[in-house]
Design a binder for this molecule. Structure first.
Ligand SMILES: Cc1cc2nc3c(=O)[nH]c(=O)nc-3n(C[C@H](O)[C@H](O)[C@H](O)COP(=O)(O)O)c2cc1C
Length: 153
């Protein structure tokens, strides 16, 4: 049984909804156990219990939030070799994948033991507060399914 923790930060709830849809997709695959947690409620010492971590952030000023950047820095101080990760973001307008790419770069630089499961998911919202743009939520479910299947192989 592969155990996955999905952590996220959110100001208006959209990134949480993306996290929930990713979990919905993962649960369509047998043999995956998922847990969801807002980042500020997650105890880093519990990471030892998981095989994979998914990290989600809204795009704030062209990248992940300050809280997410600090969280990734803290991951760098743990021993996580053998575990894997994937990231996701929510963005407005033209910033497709900007926060995703920055998170992936930061993780690869600061947490070298963590292996990327698959390139991250970037989900568009319609305004500062959302809603999530039409056609985006099914991508979250597909992403969850893909991650779960990759973790099984
Ligand atoms: C302080 C702040 C800065 C933002 N800067 C950007 C930005 O540079 N690029 C962008 O695409 N969206 C930006 N946004 C829009 C957020 O990406 C959007 O509010 C977010 O995706 C909504 O997710 P949430 O409901 O999980 O908070 C910004 C939002 C806030 C609150």
């Amino acid at each position: 049984m592969a155990k996955v923790i999905v952590v996220y930060e959110t100001k208006y709830g959209n990134t949480k909804l993306v996290a929930e849809k990713i979990i919905e997709g993962m649960r369509e695959v047998e043999g995956i156990e998922t847990t969801l947690s807002e980042i500020k409620e997650f105890d880093l010492n519990k990471l030892a219990n998981y095989d994979a971590i998914l990290i989600g952030s809204p795009n704030h000023f062209g990248g992940p939030t300050r809280g997410i950047k600090k969280f990734i820095d803290k991951l760098g101080k743990l021993s996580l070799s053998g575990k894997s990760f994937a990231v996701f973001d929510t963005y407005l307008g033209k910033d497709f994948e900007k926060a995703v790419k920055k998170m992936e770069k930061q993780i690869n630089e600061k947490v070298p033991g963590l292996k990327m499961i698959a390139p991250g998911l970037s989900i568009r919202v319609e305004g500062m507060k959302g809603l999530i743009s039409e056609g985006e939520l099914p991508k979250c479910i597909e992403f969850g399914k893909k991650i779960a299947n990759l973790l099984k192989t």
